[in-house]
Design a protein around this ligand. Structure first.
Ligand SMILES: NC(=O)c1ccc[n+]([C@@H]2O[C@H](COP(=O)([O-])OP(=O)(O)OC[C@H]3O[C@@H](n4cnc5c(N)ncnc54)[C@H](OP(=O)(O)O)[C@@H]3O)[C@@H](O)[C@H]2O)c1
Length: 353
């Protein structure tokens, strides 16, 4: 089987380098080029390395960064994986889709566009059908987004519980890693030994993106789910991994054993299709008093290609009619590049690529 040529946009950034990690030896995709700004032109990956916990292949480290060029990318690539800033992503991704490229993006610019899904294949695989209503689809181009990293981390557990017991309200407080702000991100004097209780637009994103993802797409329209999300977001001095505290108001009153069984047994389309980057068990439940923690749980997931793609839930409790828990996920893998790669794998499995 010949592989599909792909471009990585933002290859010097936190998300771009996770894309390179996931795609350097991928069974479906071949990296055609690493693209960033003029600042990085001609530099080897080894000179602009940001990811510290992955050993790239020697030939990957020697690859040179090129200036992003829509014409070249659309001529050579069927797919673009995008990790560029939102203001640039808006027009660039539209141009690529218009030129017939399938764009799988982490940027927020197109998430609320009509006919553009915020896709998490375990949660809303059917919403991929929305791309067929995008005007560029007839010529092969389209845009698929994934959610912001804190919404992604709780989307699968919330979907599992909503389907089983009905969600009324979600109160979420986040403890978000520094890598979520990109590189170099939060100034060190603001981050070290500190917690910053503000992340621009993050709370608004959580309050709308989850409702879009857990809703439906029919008759050319997204119908948002009816439950309410109230979010408080903070940045903490952790490198990778968002911890999120949850208080849930459910329509039914299941036991904690029933909740755990629902979460642990949750499987989606990627698991049924055995997609390469799909974690065998998308939601892991831990019983220790002090888990999940970023240092222990951020790389949860198996097989090896799906490390960092599972969500870990812990400290499940019940009281006063509410359910409480902590969720932990890898913001640049599950909540970033890995999410987009899984979306592209789903598109291929469905014959859309
Ligand atoms: N970090 C996360 O956890 C996370 C999670 C979900 C979504 N996202 C979204 O993903 C996107 C990337 O985030 P990030 O954290 O990877 O940011 P980042 O570390 O700041 O990287 C940004 C990348 O964009 C490139 N870029 C900037 N201006 C450019 C230009 N004019 N032309 C071409 N390339 C340009 C940069 O290249 P140079 O090095 O050459 O400047 C760099 O490769 C953002 O839209 C972000 O909101 C991030």
């Amino acid at each position: 089987m010949s592989k599909i040529n792909v471009a990585i946009l933002g290859a010097t950034g936190m998300i771009g380098q996770r894309f390179i990690q996931m795609l350097e030896d991928h069974p479906y995709f071949e990296i055609e080029g690493l693209y960033a700004s003029e600042r990085s032109q001609g530099k080897k990956l080894s000179e602009v390395l940001k990811v510290r916990d992955h050993v790239y292949l020697d030939e990957t480290m020697d690859r040179e960064i090129e200036v992003m060029d829509v014409g070249k990318i659309s001529k050579n690539c069927r797919v673009a994986f995008s990790g560029i800033p939102s203001d640039l992503a808006g027009p660039t991704e539209t141009q690529l889709a218009e030129a017939g490229v399938a764009v799988f993006t982490n940027a927020g610019s197109h998430r609320m566009d009509e006919h553009v899904p915020i896709l998490i294949p375990e949660v809303n695989p059917d919403q991929i059908e929305a791309i067929k209503d995008q005007p560029t689809y007839k010529d092969g181009g389209y845009i698929v987004t994934n959610a912001n990293c804190s919404s992604t981390g709780i989307a699968a557990p919330l979907a599992a519980l909503d389907r089983a017991y009905g969600l009324k309200q979600v109160f979420v407080s986040t403890y978000q890693a520094l890598s979520g702000a990109g590189y170099p991100g939060v100034p060190s004097l603001d981050a070290v030994g500190n917690v910053v209780p503000f992340i621009s637009h993050e709370e608004e994103k959580m309050e709308t993106e989850l409702a879009k993802m857990l809703g439906t797409y029919s008759n050319g329209k997204f119908n948002f789910a009816g439950f309410k999300v109230m979010a408080n977001c903070a940045r903490v001095p952790v490198v990778d991994g968002h911890l999120e505290s949850l208080v849930l108001d459910l329509e039914q009153q299941p036991t904690l054993e029933e909740i755990e069984k629902t979460l642990v047994g949750f499987r989606g389309e990627p698991q049924k299709l055995n997609l390469p980057s799909a974690p065998v068990q998308p939601i892991i439940v831990r019983h220790e008093d002090n888990r999940p923690q970023p240092v222990f749980d951020v790389m949860a997931g198996s097989p090896a290609r799906a490390k960092g793609m599972a969500v870990t839930i812990g400290r499940l409790r019940q009281g006063n009619g509410y359910y409480k828990a902590f969720a932990m996920s890898h913001n640049t893998l599950r909540g970033g590049a890995g999410g987009s790669v899984l979306n592209a794998e789903l598109a291929k499995a469905k014959g859309i690529l």
